[in-house]
Write a protein that binds this ligand. Structure first.
Ligand code: NDP
Length: 234
């Protein structure tokens, strides 16, 4: 059956691919943006996940158009890499606010509608860095690890109402975010990836779609790596 799906940060990168995968399956798909264009066929709603009022307004806009959000994909995220010794508290807090508190804000806003319907799916986009850490990413790694605790708490709290909460942990995927890395860093990373290549956005999107599908009805609190084997370690 077709679903109403909201993808934060669905205007580009992994979020856009996730939105398009649901769209191709015939779902009603809304994406948040911060002033940019959105792809054809998607409902664009302006939203900054660091602002509770903005999150509320975005959900209200989706509800007015499509009805309650049945599948929430919390994908919006940022990096602000620097070594710990140079990392200001502002940088740490900014990344936590967007990546972790932002996910809390959207999950909380999605919950009443899901509770009422006694059904819902939440998928949080974390990162391989949550488990492995990465130099220069103390802020990002902490935020992405926090998503696992957030999702698993939600899974326990809302499981009795048929609401699942799962985490997808991508490895290195070709997007604007990874394009910023130096060739040297790319080569170092690829050396540790058993599949010896970067992932494609579509390969993350299909896993998210699976977690929102009927086939995954009994999957909750899971952390699914989509990383070419990187997180297995050496
Ligand atoms: P991009 O940098 O390409 O896109 C990030 C998206 O998040 C954009 O849509 C951006 O909106 C949105 N966003 C950022 N801050 C906010 C905010 N405050 N409010 C609302 N939206 C915001 O990243 P990717 O597509 O690569 O990454 C998507 C997710 O996947 C992120 O959570 C990232 O951490 C995670 N990830 C990515 C990996 C990779 O290899 N690329 C690996 C592991 C995890 P705008 O266009 O307005 O800036």
């Amino acid at each position: 059956m077709n679903k109403t799906v909201l993808v934060t940060g669905g205007n580009r990168g992994i979020g856009l691919s996730i939105a398009q995968a649901f769209q191709a399956a015939g779902d009603r798909v809304a994406v948040t943006h911060r002033g940019s264009e959105v792809a054809d066929g998607l409902l664009g709603v302006r939203c900054d996940v660091t602002d509770e009022a903005s999150v509320d307004a975005a959900f209200s806009a989706v509800e007015a158009e499509f009805g309650r959000v049945e599948v929430l994909v919390s994908n919006a995220g940022i990096t602000d890499d620097t070594l710990l010794m140079r990392m200001g508290e502002d940088s740490f807090n900014r990344v936590l606010d967007a990546n972790l508190t932002g996910a809390y804000r959207v999950a909380k806003r999605a919950t009443p509608g899901m509770l009422k319907a006694r059904s819902g799916r939440m998928v949080f986009i974390s990162s391989v860095v949550a488990m492995m850490g990465a130099p220069g990413q103390a802020n990002y790694g902490a935020s992405k690890a926090g998503l696992i605790g957030l999702a698993r708490s939600i899974a326990r709290e809302l499981g009795g109402r048929n609401i699942t909460a799962n985490v997808v942990a991508p490895g290195f995927i070709d997007t604007d975010m990874t394009a910023e890395m130096t060739d040297e860093r790319r080569a170092t990373i690829l050396a540790g990836v058993p599949l010896k290549r970067y992932g494609a956005v579509e390969e993350v999107a299909e896993v998210v779609r699976f977690l929102a599908s009927d086939a995954a009805a009994y999957v909750t609190g899971a952390v699914l790596p989509v990383d070419g084997g990187l997180s297995m370690g050496i």
